[in-house]
Design a protein around this ligand. Structure first.
Ligand code: NAG
Ligand code: NAG
Length: 476
């Protein structure tokens, strides 16, 4: 039996490490507890894609912003963020340590929108070169030593129709192989590497089949370790398990031998969103999936935000934030954590053209060789800039203003560090929604659901005083 998560452990500001997450066949598993890990996540790209390369920093280089967002995400039950564009010349230690301390893992895209930093889907062979590998290995190097690095996306939506499915599948595998070899030679654990697919149903099943099958009899380094799907097919309460065709996904991925999850989801019609798909995604019908990442944390021109970040760093919560938070709070955490031993003892099929159903989709399983100079990078590693490491968290209180949808200020917003396991809805609570109904609590409250299987605080044993308890109060 796990010990009750002591609220008092939160007070200690110290460097703790999250348990690393491993892939076991169809599921992500906490490497220490053996519990299943489902992604309860959000796509994190404050500033949008256009911010990358402008000198404005990246989403993990501004600790004050990370502290603010981590405090809100911890309250909501978020356990994973996906970050699309990262600049490995910046220092990410503080931000990553903040997210680590509250039980939030990271899935990192190694590519960027800049020229030479991604595979060109219209011309994969000429964009696959040493300079490109140098870029993606540098991102791996920067993030490989953090315990809360859950995985790397080797590619995003490189295949988006039959035309782009002829040549690109083998390049996706080539990049995965190079990344996995880099990790094998230069990291101290096997960090999972996978792909994020567009929800184009014509090519979806073939893409997954191509990437999850096994080439040869040994360790297949080019194989995906997980499969992300960017899906916006469930729109509001007019949709359902069948109308959204989630039922087809369950059939399609029923025997998947790698975890499958939504790497983006959340149709934004109607607005505010209802997030009706959340109970279904995490419910008994869809245990084959490993959860998903809602698109997206901050309001950007595409209009999918949960929060509005202002120029001065203050935040206004949007209605979507509160709706999603309520949906998360209704989830059955025990179901989410239960390992399905059938799902973790499947055997991947051998790669063969018979797995591919659409005419024109690649049946070529001869993976292109690493380009000249690539093996040298893989063997020697990239030493500059140095890898990141977890640092001590010295500040827990959010200083910038965060206001609710009705304009009222959220008081005493802070992170409660010390997590060693994934955050989950109800792990910490006390943050009242717009009506203010939860206000007035004088100490952190915890649901019984949370208490049953809460993460253990890394640092226990600090003297506890009434004043200290007051300091963890987190209420409107
Ligand atoms: C899953 O595998 C079982 C056993 O091999 C098979 O009977 C079933 O049809 C497969 N399901 C799907 C959706 O492929
Ligand atoms: C366990 O996994 C298998 C294979 O994916 C699936 O057929 C079965 O429905 C799952 N059981 C539960 C209870 O989810």
């Amino acid at each position: 039996m796990r010990s009750l998560f002591s609220a008092l452990g939160f007070l200690a500001a110290t460097a703790s490490a999250l348990n690393t997450i491993e892939v076991n066949n169809q599921e992500f598993i906490d490497s220490k507890t053996g519990d299943r890990f489902m992604i309860i996540g959000v796509d994190y790209q404050p500033g949008g894609q256009d911010a990358y390369g402008t000198g404005a920093g990246d989403p993990l280089s501004n600790p004050k912003a990370c502290l603010r967002d981590a405090a809100l995400m911890q309250d909501m039950g978020i356990n994973t963020i996906r970050i699309y564009n990262l600049d490995s010349s910046l220092n990410h230690d503080e931000c990553v340590s903040i997210f680590n301390s509250v039980g939030i893992y990271m899935i990192i895209d190694v590519n960027s929108p800049l020229s030479g930093e991604s595979i060109d889907r219209s011309d994969p062979s000429s964009s696959y070169h040493k300079g490109y590998l140098n870029h993606i290995f540098t991102v791996v190097e920067a993030f490989k030593d953090y315990p809360n690095t859950l995985g790397f996306f080797a590619g995003n939506e490189i295949i988006n129709d039959i035309g782009t499915a002829k040549e690109n599948p083998q390049y996706i595998r080539a990049v995965q192989r190079d990344l996995k070899n880099y990790i094998k030679n230069n990291a101290n654990r096997a960090i999972p590497v996978g792909y994020s697919a567009a929800d184009v149903r014509e090519v979806l099943e073939d893409t997954w089949a191509y990437l999850q099958c096994q080439i040869g009899s040994g360790v297949d380094m080019s194989r995906s370790d997980f499969f992300g799907l960017n899906s916006y097919s469930w729109c509001g309460d007019a949709s359902s398990f069948t109308i959204s065709e989630y039922d087809k996904l369950v059939l399609m991925f029923g025997n998947s031998t790698i975890p499958v999850f939504f790497s983006e989801y959340g149709c934004n019609d109607p607005q505010p969103r209802l997030f009706d798909e959340v109970p279904t995604l995490y419910g008994p019908q869809m245990t084959v999936m490993s959860g998903g990442l809602v698109y997206e944390w901050s309001q950007e021109p595409s209009d999918y935000g949960l929060v509005q970040i202002n120029d001065d760093g203050s935040i206004k919560l949007l209605a979507d934030f509160n709706v999603l938070r309520d949906q998360y709070n209704s989830l059955d955490i025990n179901l989410i954590r239960s390992e399905n031993t059938t799902a973790t003892s499947l055997t991947p099929p051998d790669c063969d053209s018979s797995l591919i159903t659409e005419d024109g989709f690649s049946t070529n399983f001869n993976i292109p060789d690493t380009p000249p100079g690539g093996d040298e990078l893989i063997n020697n590693g990239i030493r500059n800039p140095p890898s990141g490491s977890i640092v001590e968290i010295t500040e827990t209180a959010v200083q910038v203003a965060v206001v609710q949808t009705d304009g009222s200020r959220v008081k005493n917003l802070q992170i409660r560090p010390g997590a060693t396991e994934a955050n989950f809805p109800g792990a910490v609570s006390g943050f009242a929604t717009a009506s203010g109904s939860g206000g007035g609590a004088s100490a952190t409250s915890r649901s019984s659901k949370g208490a049953a299987a809460a993460p253990t605080a890394a640092v226990i044993g600090n003297a506890v005083t009434a004043a200290a308890l007051g300091a963890v109060a987190f209420a409107l």
